[in-house]
Design a protein around this ligand. Structure first.
Ligand SMILES: Nc1ncnc2c1ncn2[C@@H]1O[C@H](COP(=O)(O)OP(=O)(O)OP(=O)(O)O)[C@@H](O)[C@H]1O
Ligand SMILES: [Mg+2]
Length: 373
């Protein structure tokens, strides 16, 4: 039996963190900064132009050097604000991924291929810091084709390298006008794309998760919910159609590359299944797929928030969407096989009761305003 990837990874990370082996990427040469200064810079120091301390494991200082170049200095909190193993080891994980991307960028054509990934000037795990060029970009307010093509190209290329990015939340995405940029890899994990789908479970037993699913669950479906409520369902479905058209092209390219590298039948069938489902919906009934994908994304996000006891007003909106969908479209959702895990084998009345209960839990687990980072 294949080992559980999550448990192996967590055990390895905890062991590495407990040791003293250094882990460094890049160098400070030619930056004008030295390590001792970077470790102690504070808000108010002359080179510090801004600070962002909303992070759960780190805070970010915007620095401007003597030549006017801007930098992002990410420094780990002494103690992560998240208690679980993945949260507590996310800074270590990010330094490891920065090392992986450094290698990829040094390959022929790598600079251009990985232009969407922030450069790492210097990172040191034991010193708890990372220095990167500041990205001149904006959060993505609306997802047009250019932005979608740019992001999906990037996350599919990462998937092909065996790097699965879990946290595609709005705060981890910036648009620099040319492309969407990624810069936070605290929850980007390794897996083997020849035989596995992702880093979840044993790698080949959680077909639910894939790069576009991560974007939908962490980012896009919340935006669709907003569009649905402000402009109506037709507008939301139109935005969804654009997204799926771009997604299917990206997945076809991903499929042909991984097939060329000798991917297993399991992986190819899994990708074929996703593509043919999208293709069928794009040429036929997109509304049903819209319901199913939103069900999955809202249910996954609700589940995350309940497990972490970290619910917000958005959690309640997602719960309300799920309850309304059950009432209005329960049979369609069942026909679409939208219900998963413990929801897969129970009737609609049980699901209604279950999601009413989730709604009540989400009310009870609302974060106090001060702890919403
Ligand atoms: N290189 C960069 N260029 C521009 N802005 C950046 C850069 N790195 C980080 N930021 C800004 O700082 C914010 C926080 O950075 P980041 O997402 O890396 O860490 P975090 O989410 O605070 O940490 P955690 O993942 O522990 O919660 C980002 O949302 C972004 O606005
Ligand atoms: Mg972040």
């Amino acid at each position: 039996m294949t080992a559980d990837l999550e448990r192996c990874r967590q055990a390895a990370q905890v062991a590495f963190a407990a040791g003293s082996e250094p882990l460094e990427v890049g160098s400070l040469a030619n930056t004008g900064f030295d390590l001792a200064t970077l470790k102690t810079l504070q808000a108010g120091d002359a080179v510090v132009k801004a600070t962002i301390d909303s992070g759960l494991t780190a805070w970010v200082l915007q620095l401007v050097d003597a030549d006017g170049r801007r930098w992002a200095l990410k420094r780990a909190w002494q103690k992560a604000r998240v208690q679980n193993v993945d949260g507590a080891t996310s800074f270590l994980n990010e330094v490891q991924r920065r090392a992986d991307f450094g290698r990829l960028k040094r390959e022929p054509g790598g600079e251009e291929r990985w232009a969407g990934i922030v450069d790492t000037q210097f990172a040191s795990y034991r010193d708890g810091l990372m220095l990167s060029p500041w990205i001149d970009g904006q959060p993505v307010g609306s997802w047009d084709e250019r932005r979608l093509e740019s992001l999906f190209g990037l996350i599919c290329s990462m998937w092909l390298e065996g790097l699965f990015e879990w946290d595609l939340c709005p705060g981890n995405l910036l648009d620099d006008g040319q492309r969407v940029r990624l810069f936070d890899f605290g929850y980007c994990y390794r897996f083997d794309p020849i035989r596995q789908f992702s880093s979840a479970g044993r790698g080949d037993d959680r077909p639910l998760f894939h790069p576009v699913e991560r974007f939908e669950s962490r980012c896009f479906c919340a935006q669709l919910l907003e569009i649905e409520q402000l402009e109506g369902e037709a507008s939301a479905i139109a935005a969804f159609r654009i997204e799926k058209r771009v997604a299917i092209e990206a997945y076809r390219r991903m499929r042909s590359v991984i097939a060329g590298r000798g991917a297993s039948a399991t992986v190819l069938q899994w990708l074929d299944g996703i593509c043919s489902r999208w293709q069928l919906a794009l040429t036929g009934n997109l509304e049903d797929l819209y319901l199913a994908e939103n069900w999955r994304s809202h249910a996954l996000d609700l589940d995350d928030d309940l497990r972490g006891r970290s619910c917000t007003a958005m959690t309640l909106r997602r719960a309300d969407w799920l309850l309304a969908a059950l009432d209005r479209h329960g049979d369609t959702l069942r026909a679409q096989r939208a219900f998963f895990w413990a929801d897969a084998d129970v009737g609609l009345p049980v699901l209604r009761e279950r999601y009413r209960h989730h709604r009540r839990q989400a009310e009870a687990f609302q974060l106090a305003p001060a702890s919403v980072f």
